[in-house]
Structures are given as C-alpha cells and as structure tokens.
Design a protein around this ligand. Structure first.
Ligand SMILES: [Zn+2]
Length: 130
C-alpha cells in the first residue's frame, strides 16, 4: 500500500485511533486549489467540513502536498473534530450577539485561537518545533 491513497488510509487509521475519533465516519479527498478555495476561507493545505450530530466529516487535502506534509495536515484536520463540541458552543454565543461587527470580531478571534492551539498540539504530537 504505497500509493497516496494507501498512505492516507494508514495515517487516518493511526490518528483516528490515537485521538479517540473512532465514532466518526471520515472521508478524505484530494482536491485542487480551486475546489479548496470554495471550501476554505483562505489558501490552506487542508480543511475539514463536519456534521457534529451525525459524526460525519470530509477532509480535503490539497493536491500539491508533498508526501511528508500529509501527516501534519491530517492530524490538524482531525484535531478540529476533537474541538467540534467546543466550537459549537462558540458558534451559539456568536449567533446570540446581535451586532454583526461584534460577531465578525468574535468569529475571527475564535478561528485564530483555535488554529494557534491546534498548531501547538499537532506540532507536539508530531514532535516538531513549534
Ligand atoms: Zn485548521
């Protein structure tokens, strides 16, 4: 199983178990930057869409990724699922705020904080320098 699909399947299985995400149904697709831009807010190497109730997730990986970059991106996207509940809590608070400018500010703060946190966690899991 040395194809890219095989590499992805092996990494996905390993990290789903380690992160305790076995109840999730997770699909991984490789997409070009055009498709990625439609899904993600900015230019990224990967992104994830999920439904918390059904525990279904789609992870998108950029087709330009080097093989060595696949694992950190998969770990990062899976960590988003670990934080899915926490995220829902924030989304509810943000919805409750009437002012659109405040909503936007809170949303940006939430995204920045989560991304920074996930970077620290995934780097330490993969034993890289932060
Ligand atoms: Zn992220």
């Amino acid at each position: 199983m040395n194809t890219i699909d095989g590499v992805i399947a092996t990494l996905l299985d390993k990290w789903v178990r380690r992160l305790g995400l076995t109840e999730w149904e997770i699909l991984v697709s490789i997409v070009d930057s055009k498709k990625m831009k439609k899904t993600a807010i900015s230019e990224v190497k990967g992104c994830v869409e999920y439904e918390l109730f059904s525990h279904k997730a789609n992870i998108f990986l950029l087709d330009k990724l080097e093989e060595i970059e696949i694992e950190p991106v998969i770990v990062h996207e899976l960590l988003h699922l670990c934080f899915a509940d926490h995220d829902r809590f924030y989304v509810r608070i943000i919805d409750y705020v009437g002012d659109e400018a405040v909503q936007e500010l809170l949303n940006k703060m939430r995204t920045d904080q989560v991304e920074r946190l996930l970077h620290i966690i995934s780097s330490s899991l993969l034993r890289e320098k932060v």
